[in-house]
Ligand binder design. Structure first.
Ligand code: NOJ
Length: 743
């Protein structure tokens, strides 16, 4: 049992005096040094008492654009954040509804790029290291569905222009420069699945710098899939069906492929550090097809952080959960962590279950995802009711935020959370989850909590790169730790409003010593005493107490590798390795081959990916004291080009028969018949005899490939005859149409 001095509610004087004397003695004999491992190589010693105040944490330094694991992402719905340029020039023929009075929730309300630029210092003060901005390309210029505007950005009509309601390219450039000068990266949301709604508004019309390319009702060159709205979760329905009447791009059309990639790369050229891709499960070849070629094209320009929105309900039991994991492991993009969002909302939002739901979700994801620390976590976003609509308690919000910011993964805070923004009309569902930002106070409890934990994420690599281990989980208590090398962070949350929970003999990886709460007692966090061998003899968590304790180890001699990014590269691309203790020089091996060093510092090294065969392999870093552990990396054989396979003439298949392609390159599984390595499954509109797959293949490669059918019992039928051959185009997009050979 520990006295709580910050709130004064638990104050047993003699005990406290004894405790203070003991702490002073321990502190004098065992100075616990905390080092900023990202402080430009200069280590700044601090005491863990100073850490408790949160204000003396190291200066935020810019993260590199591939690895943002030690950061904090802030999601901004551009129209609803802040109006910085009230006199924007909107063309006279633009009739999209606007409403400066903020009454029509489907209209533009005025938020713009200049407004975000103006508020960059506010965001930097909260420890934000990256902003995710909802799409800013030009949306439809007339109302759809009666009075609705594309204020949210997901109804594009010109992916090459900035929406005049948000500003200009010059405003985007200014935003990027300002953000970068504050150590903040810019992640651009891009909808490559669709243009805008069909049969209303602009009828899907899509332009390139003002020149019409196609519309849904006038589509002689097949820019769109003319299909029904998605009817089920089947892969065919997801990839080729239409998502809620949004005119569905045919990415297998070379003109569409070139249009979309050109628009995306224009953002890279303007300094975007990463992308959030909308609706990734709805695009052809979701398990690493067309989007893998997009990832590769972006990463070849410069290392970037990429994340896809694979919408999932139902946690790790969701229908397409395993495809989502496969996508994250192979496409070059992380995915937004919907299972964790569900668990955090279940536990702290609606009190549906115990923190064990978060724990079991994480444990499952550790089995299924190659890079769990790369998945972004959130408690709400613009597509669901805000957390405060589920539970209006700020205490519960603090609990959810603390868990989200310390479990594995990169936290995303939805704009306004730090100001307790909420509107509960229609239970807070879309569009009421998108109110205007109410103000920019830097003194709210949530702003303080987020900034403390963001600073901790930068200071202690256990949160960015560490493993995860539960220490104690009960109906009310979530006590867990993260560890990277000798650095440790322990989080304790008691979500009971009326019960103190006490525990004895808990094991932690923290070194012996006394630790104060990183949050400075913000929600009653008390000190923790750790004895020899990491034994916590006793700890009592008061009702609704949150405590975060940490130890940041100084750099050791031997390298500790925490990240190798981006998630997909090919020979000749840049890879960035981050961690601790790299020293002044050394070597990097990727797939066992030495990589050319571009830049070396003690916690970040850039290299050129050597000429090695494609596939999943590992990277490691060595210096004169030794080598790091191996870190998984995904290397494509060469630049990636989309190739659309169409296979006709198949026998009638059952719904549990699946067709795969295997071939002589890593992208086709190196001739393996293991369906986790071969490419597939192909998709079909029915169980009939035509199947499609939009594959990502190495540019200019001569491939030999074969089709096979995998049956429910694990047996397979191989096509008869010899393998087919094909030369992948060196750029653009390829197409192959075959007939099934065999019975
Ligand atoms: C997901 C986005 O987050 C959502 O807001 C949008 O309406 C759909 N995709 C379609 O673009």
């Amino acid at each position: 049992m520990f006295a709580r001095t910050s709130t004064g509610k638990f104050y047993r004087k003699p005990f406290v005096i004894l405790l203070i004397v003991l702490i002073a003695l321990v502190a004098a004999s065992v100075p616990i040094a905390i080092y900023s491992y990202r402080n430009g190589g200069t280590q700044t010693a601090q005491t863990n008492t100073a850490m408790g105040k949160c204000s003396t944490l190291p200066q935020i330094t810019p993260l590199n654009s591939a690895d943002i694991k030690s950061g904090l992402i802030y999601e901004i719905m551009v129209d609803r954040f802040f109006e910085g340029a009230p006199n924007k020039s909107i063309p006279a023929n633009d009739t999209a509804p606007t409403d400066p009075t903020h009454q029509n929730w489907h209209a533009y309300w005025g938020g713009d790029l200049q407004g975000i630029t103006d508020k960059i210092p506010y965001l930097a003060g909260m420890g934000v290291s990256a902003i995710w901005i909802t799409p800013i390309v030009e949306n439809i210029t007339q109302p759809a569905y009666g009075d609705q505007a594309g204020y949210h950005g997901y109804w594009a009509q010109d992916d090459y222009q900035i929406d005049p309601h948000f500003g200009t390219w010059s405003d985007f450039d200014t935003l990027v420069q300002t953000a970068h000068s504050h150590g903040i990266q810019v992640i651009v949301d891009f909808a490559a699945n669709h243009s805008n709604p069909r049969n209303t508004g602009a009828d899907g019309a899509i332009y390139k710098n003002g020149v019409l390319q196609a519309s849904y009702g006038n589509d002689p060159n097949n820019w769109f899939h003319h299909t029904q709205n998605q009817q089920s979760d089947s892969l065919y329905q997801q990839e080729y069906g239409t998502l809620e009447d949004l005119s569905d791009f045919a990415q297998e059309n070379p003109a569409v492929d070139a249009y979309l990639k050109g628009a995306i790369l224009q953002f890279s050229q303007h300094g975007a550090d990463g992308f959030r891709f909308d609706s990734v499960k709805s695009m052809p070849g979701p398990t690493g097809g067309w989007l893998k070629t997009v990832s590769d094209a972006i990463e070849a320009k410069k290392p970037s952080y990429l994340v896809g929105e694979w919408y999932l309900t139902g946690g790790t039991g969701a229908v397409t959960y395993s495809e989502a994991a496969q996508f994250a492991n192979s496409s070059g993009m992380a995915i937004l962590n919907f299972p964790i969002d569900t668990a955090l909302r279940d536990v702290y939002g609606v009190g549906l279950s115990s923190p064990n739901e978060i724990n079991s979700t994480l444990q499952q994801e550790y089995k299924d995802f190659l890079w769990p620390n790369d998945l972004p976590n959130f408690i709400d976003n613009h597509d669901m009711a805000r957390f405060l609509s589920l539970n209006s308690s700020h205490t519960s919000l603090n609990e959810a935020l603390t868990a989200m910011m310390t479990i594995p993964g990169i936290p995303i805070v939805y704009y306004g959370t730090e100001q307790y923004l909420v509107n509960n009309n229609n239970s807070g569902e879309d569009p009421y989850n998108r109110p205007m930002m109410p103000g920019f106070s830097t003194t709210t409890q949530a702003y303080h909590l987020i900034s403390c934990l963001a600073a901790l994420r930068r200071a202690n690599p256990a949160l960015a790169y560490g493993n995860y281990a539960p220490i104690k989980i009960t109906h009310d208590v979530y006590l867990f730790e993260r560890q990277f090398g000798q650095s440790v962070v322990v989080t304790a949350i008691n979500s009971s409003a009326d019960t103190t929970h006490s525990f004895t003999n808990l094991q932690t990886a923290l070194p012996a010593g006394s630790y104060t709460d990183v949050l400075g007692g913000l929600q009653g966090g008390s000190a923790l005493q750790v004895g020899a061998q990491g034994m916590i003899n006793s700890v009592a968590l008061q009702p609704n107490e949150i405590a975060v304790w940490q130890y940041t180890a100084p750099d050791g001699q031997t390298p500790l590798l925490g990240s190798a990014a981006p998630e997909l590269t090919h020979p000749g691309d840049t890879m960035i390795l981050d961690g601790q203790g790299f020293g002044a020089s050394g070597t990097v091996q990727i797939g066992g081959v030495s990589a050319k060093i571009i830049q070396w510092s003690t916690n970040s090294v850039s290299v050129t990916v050597p000429q090695i065969p494609g596939g999943l392999t590992t990277a490691k870093i060595c210096n004169s004291a030794g080598c790091s552990g191996a870190y998984s990396v995904n290397i494509a054989s060469a630049a990636q080009v989309p190739v659309n396979f169409t296979l006709n003439g198949l026998p009638t298949l059952t719904s549990s028969d699946h067709v795969y392609i295997t071939g002589n390159v890593a992208e086709l599984g190196n001739n393996s018949l293991d369906i986790t390595k071969a490419l597939g499954p192909m998709v079909t509109p029915d169980t009939g005899n035509v199947q499609f797959l939009l594959a990502s293949l190495p540019a200019c490669a001569s491939i030999q490939y074969r089709y096979f059918i995998e049956h429910a019992d694990g047996s397979y039928t191989m096509q008869s005859g010899s393998a087919q051959t094909y030369t992948v185009p060196c750029s653009g997009e390829g197409a192959i149409t075959d007939n099934w050979q065999g019975k």
